[in-house]
Design a protein around this ligand. Sequence first.
Ligand SMILES: *Cc1c(COP(=O)(O)O)cnc(C)c1O
Ligand code: SF4
Length: 347
Amino acid sequence: MKHWQTVLKKSITEPEHLFAHFGISPEDAERVTNIYPMRINPYYLSLIKHPGDALWRQAVPDALELDDTVCMKDPLNEENLSPVPNLVHKYPDRALFLVHNQCAVYCRFCTRKRKIGTKEMHISIKTINSGLNYLRQTTAIKDVLVSGGDPLLLDDNRLDYILSSLRAIKHVEIIRIGSRVPCTLPMRVTKKLAATIKRYHPVYINTHFNHPDEITPEAATACSRLADAGIPLGSQTVLLKGINDETEIIKQLMYKLLRIRVKPYYLFQTDMTQGTNHFRTPIEKGIEIMQSLIGHISGMAVPTFAVDAPGGGGKIPLLPNYVEQLGSQLVFQNYCGLICTYDNPCD
Ligand SMILES: *Cc1c(COP(=O)(O)O)cnc(C)c1O
Ligand code: SF4
C-alpha cells in the first residue's frame, strides 16, 4: 500500500473515534453520519487547532445538517442534465465527468452531498466507459472537467486510463481535473502522479482551498510538483459562513494561494444544497468582499465571485457596481471611490 493510501485508511469515519479525539459526545454526529458520511484523514485532522475552528467546521458533522428545510437535494439539477449517469452536460462546449465517488475529506458543505461517499453514487468501469463513449460521440465538447468525488484518489493506472482515453478524442482540446487533494491529502501528489498527468497536456487542475490555515508546507510541495509538471493550477473557493466570510481571511487566502502558484479562479456563493443551509452567507457579503479585493490587492489574486444558478442555469459572475450610464457618458467609481468618466464614441 502506498503512503497516501495508508494515511487515507487511518481516516476517522465513525463519530465515536472523532469524539474520542476531541472529548465530545458522539450522539448528534451519529444521526448525521447515518445520512451524510464523514471522513477526516489524519493529515487534515492534524490541521484542526480546536473544536469549532474553520477547518473543524468544514469536516466535522453538525446536527444543523439535518435541520435544513430550505435547500434542495440537487440544486444544480445535475441529474436531469446527465445524458448518461455521472456525466453532466450543461454548457454546449464542455462537460463535467464524475469518475470517483470518494474524497479525502467529506466536506460538510459539498454541493453533491446527496451522493458523494454514499451508495447513491455508483461508479464503475462501465459507467466510466459509457461516459467516454458519450464524449466520443459529442463533437461539440472541447473541454472535459474530470471530477467526482475526487479523481486523484483513483490509483495511477485508472487515472492514466481515463486521461489517455480523453486525450485520444480529437475534439477534446482541454482536460481539467477538479481535485481537493492538494489541500486535503497533499501526500497523494507523488512525483509519479505529476508525471502521469504531464503526459496528457494541456491539463489544468482546479483545486479547492477555503482557509489560509490549509496552506501548509505539504500543500505547497504538492502544488509545486504539479506546477513543475506544467499544470496550471486554480482554486475554486467556496464562501462559507463562520469559516471564511471575512475580508481579511479571503485576502490572506488569495495571497497565500498565489505564493504556492495557485491562481484564484472562482469564489463561489454556497449552493442551495440540502444540509448546507447553515453555511450560506447573503450574496451582498460576497460582493462586499470582492469590493475590498478588486484594486486593493494584486489582480492576480482576485477570483471571480459567482453564483451557480439553482435549477441548472450555470455560473453567473457577480461584481460590485462600478458603472452608471448618463447618455453617452459612463460614470465610474474606482476602487477607492474616486469618480471618473468615459465618453462612448459617437456613431
Ligand atoms: C462549473 C461547470 C462547468 C465549467 O464551468 P467554467 O465556468 O467553464 O469553469 C462545466 N459544466 C458544469 C456542469 C459545471 O458545473
Ligand atoms: S472534495 Fe469536493 S466533492 Fe469532495 S466532499 Fe469536498 S466539496 Fe464535495
